[in-house]
Design a binder for this molecule. Sequence first.
Ligand code: MN
Length: 311
Amino acid sequence: MPQHVVTFTKDIIKKMEIYYEAFISTPNPPGAVFRAKTTNCVITAYNSGKVLFQGATPEIEFLKWNKNDKTALENSNNIKQTPRILELPNDFLLGNHSGSDEAGTGDYFGPITVAAAFVQGDQIELLKELGIQDSKNLTDNKIRKLSESIIQLEIPYSLLIMNNEKYNKLQASGWTQGKMKTMLHHHAYLKLYKKTKDIDSKGSLIDQFCIPSVYKKHLASEGETIPENTYFKTKAESHSISVATASIIARTSFLKEMDKLSELTGFTLPKGAAKKVDLTIASVIKKHGSPFLNEIAKVHFVNTKKANTYL
Ligand code: MN
């Protein structure tokens, strides 16, 4: 079988990973950054910088990255500006589809919540009329009310809550927030699909929080693969009613969890990660001792250190 082995810079390999994003196959072989399979060949890029092109016509892919080839370099420079993403099919947003979104990732106190929801095309107008939209534009009270409507309408959804103890444990073991979000979105979909498997769907739309190849890499590291017809879009909650619905469910759950933690702590825990949070941390430590933070906060945030000023 014809093959080429070439050493590339990390920068080029990163560009290759974006370029071949739609063709990446999982799991990764040991020591590999990614493996992608095109109709021409299999491309395996290793941490060492070596890239193996192997298959029927490897030169077609290899030449795209050959340093001596001017068009190849131009290509690779363009890639940086326009990373390749899977285009949503034209009628996707108007048809039956699932969407997912998370809440709590930027908040020092409280868990991460992730919801996935399945909305059918003929329900979209009604949900819009009810006021379902990007939860960032809605007040907390409105969000809570809308989530009641979603439940009344029996819109299929799934919800996952990663509590702070679990979060801190995974974080300490080396998980990034990106990996946690990836696994939560993934499992939210698997849970949702069990409820919706008999209904036609155009696929799923994730409110994009990382590049798709990284999402796939996180999945692969846990032995999982991405379901078919999964798409990514930034600010998806303003385009897709399913993502907007999921964002409202995730946000409502986050608010409820914050209520519980506030009651447990004896203080109203502020959202976000601003100075008010630092002051509250100091009060919590004085009342309960610092180990208690592990149960109510994302302790690796810099706020934990900042709070020392107020002790
Ligand atoms: Mn989001």
